[in-house]
Design a binder for this molecule. Sequence first.
Ligand code: FA5
Length: 348
Amino acid sequence: MDPADARATLQAERARGLEAVAAASTLDELERVRVAVLGRKAPWSEVQRSLGAFEPDPRRELGRLANEVKSTLEGALRERRAELEGSAEDALLEGDRVDVTLPGRRPRPGSLHPLTIVRSQIVDVFTRMGYRVAEGPEIEDDWHNFEALNIPPDHPARTMKDSLYIDVPGLLLRTETSAVQIRAMESQDPPVYVVVPGRVYRREAVDATHGSLFQQVEGLAVDEGISFSDLKGTLEAFARAMFGPERRVRLNPDYFPFVEPGVQVAVSCFLCDGVGCRVCGNGWIELLGAGMVHPRVLENCGCDAERYTGFAFGLGIERVAMVRYGVNDLRLFYEGDVRFLEQFEGAA
Ligand code: FA5
């Protein structure tokens, strides 16, 4: 290389280098430009290496020019690096930007199951009247589920056809919360005022108004001077509190071995208002059985039937929930379909 070529190369490299530096759009690209213009194999380095072969005068002049080109390029590289680092940081910040003015994503609240809502509403009505909440086991013995309730050994409820027995002789899944009446009277002297919410089990053909597992709330009042009109007044107060004044309540005589007399209480159907439809059949939805506690049941529990009288009732929570919310099939309560359940968010 002669001095003229070296000069031309250095000048060309300055122009080429400045252009390449300006065109680099990422830090990686810029590093490649640095190697290409100032790296060991770059034309600038070749000139630098060849300087020693020149005469002193051109060597000095070209040495100065080479240094000048180098510092120009290094300056341009430094500036461009600072620019690119700045914009990489800006991009990072932009990506991480949080708009604090956006409305937050609210967690979706769950809700109580409709049967849980109705159960606590029923229980509330009675606790406000002074009743206390009692509980009993779901696996019950023969005494509490049948015998003490005056259900004779040949009663059909005792057969495998109607009740669900477990493998331990003498034990079964309780068929009604009435079993807890017995436990309440056994454990406490009158006056007794209890309500008993709980699950019961029966061998039933399942349909729109019948489940083989369902829930009841039992009520029991035993005191001196309790009469049938107390029962009627209590049930009417309950019906008004739960369903409002527009639903009609009907009492029909019925038979339950543990009460005398016994009644069946129905409320006019929410769908047909007593005319008769697919949901209710005859216009009425049967809600509960009730009656005056049979003297033999009082005696079975050690209560003096000469001194004390009482009434009892047992209602179906699903049936109450159907009337209250206009649900036409009780199976919906047990299917766990979120589209059904979420309609009860905030229900009261
Ligand atoms: C009884 O269970 C009595 N223990 C009620 C009772 C208590 C009478 C105290 C007298 C004194 P019954 O089998 O009719 O009675 O059921 C009571 C209520 O539970 C019914 O009115 C109905 O609301 C509900 N029920 C009964 N069978 C089913 C079923 N298979 N599915 C859903 N609910 C039911």
